[in-house]
Design a protein around this ligand. Structure first.
Ligand code: ADP
Ligand code: ADP
Length: 226
């Protein structure tokens, strides 16, 4: 049973040609799947349909055994990381990470436990009482990741999370994301137009072009000479 299963997914905006055209793709439980392709190929649209931020024109989207076409984003238990990861400047690192748990009214002792665990995983323990302004760019990005993973979602969805970072930080965060995903073993779909990320981060890569799924395979199958 795939963790995320897409069958003949179509997205039409207005009367243009389909942004996503008959895409069928299974993301396995615990798998790190990269969605790659040039700008405008439909990557974000597909990701947004998984999360529920965009209606599906036709086709079937399943998360686990459940068909989620008509299920609201909040009820899908997924966690999405965007490229513009705004932290709350007046809140400490602890409260920034705790934020989704506070919204969900998780009891205080459990918030304490989960934020502490998450901070350890991301090596943020000694920064928990700081405000974002006193952190480096890399630390801020890790806080944003912490906020995304603290909820223990069924899957993580990343929409070009590193595209606004400089090259050095991007390299560090690539390592960080891949280490974290392997440690947590959570099903992940990661959208990028960056070949390096596509070649190094995922278990498998799905290549989209003009809304059509062109290839799916391991980075080795797709990028290495035979
Ligand atoms: P990518 O993420 O690969 O850059 P998108 O999913 O953003 O691609 O866009 C795929 C196609 O759908 C593009 O042709 C884009 O112009 C179109 N599109 C995206 N969002 C909208 C929208 N809200 N309304 C109309 N067309 C859209
Ligand atoms: P503090 O409690 O640090 O003084 P505030 O009084 O401004 O901060 O925040 C009140 C509540 O609103 C807190 O629970 C905080 O988590 C939440 N909050 C803070 N900033 C935002 C924001 N930008 N959007 C939504 N909620 C926020």
């Amino acid at each position: 049973m795939a963790a995320i299963s897409m069958k003949n997914i179509v997205k039409l905006y207005g009367d243009g040609f389909p942004a996503v055209n008959e895409v069928s793709l299974d993301v396995r439980d615990g798998e790190f799947m990269i969605l790659v392709g040039p700008s405008g190929c439909g990557k974000s649209t597909l990701l947004r349909m998984i999360v529920g931020l965009e209606d599906i024109t036709s086709g079937e989207m399943r998360i686990g055994e459940r068909v989620v076409n008509k299920i609201a984003p909040r009820a899908r238990n997924l966690s999405m990381v965007f490229q513009n990861y705004a932290l709350y400047p007046h809140l400490t690192v602890f409260e920034n990470i705790a934020f989704p748990l506070r919204l969900a009214k998780v009891p205080g002792d459990e918030v304490q436990r989960r934020v502490t665990e998450t901070a350890e995983l991301l090596e943020l323990t000694e920064h928990l009482e700081r405000k974002p302004a006193h952190l480096s760019g890399g630390q801020r990005q890790r806080v944003a990741m912490g906020r995304a993973i603290v909820r223990q979602a069924d899957a993580f969805l990343f929409d070009e999370p590193l595209s606004n970072l400089d090259a050095k930080l991007r390299g560090q965060m690539r390592t960080e994301i891949s280490r974290l995903q392997r440690r947590l073993g959570v099903t992940t779909v990661y959208v990028t137009h960056d070949q390096t990320e596509a070649m190094t981060l995922g278990d498998r890569v799905a290549v989209l072009r003009r809304g059509v799924l062109q290839q799916v395979g391991s980075p080795r199958e797709l990028y290495e000479e035979p």
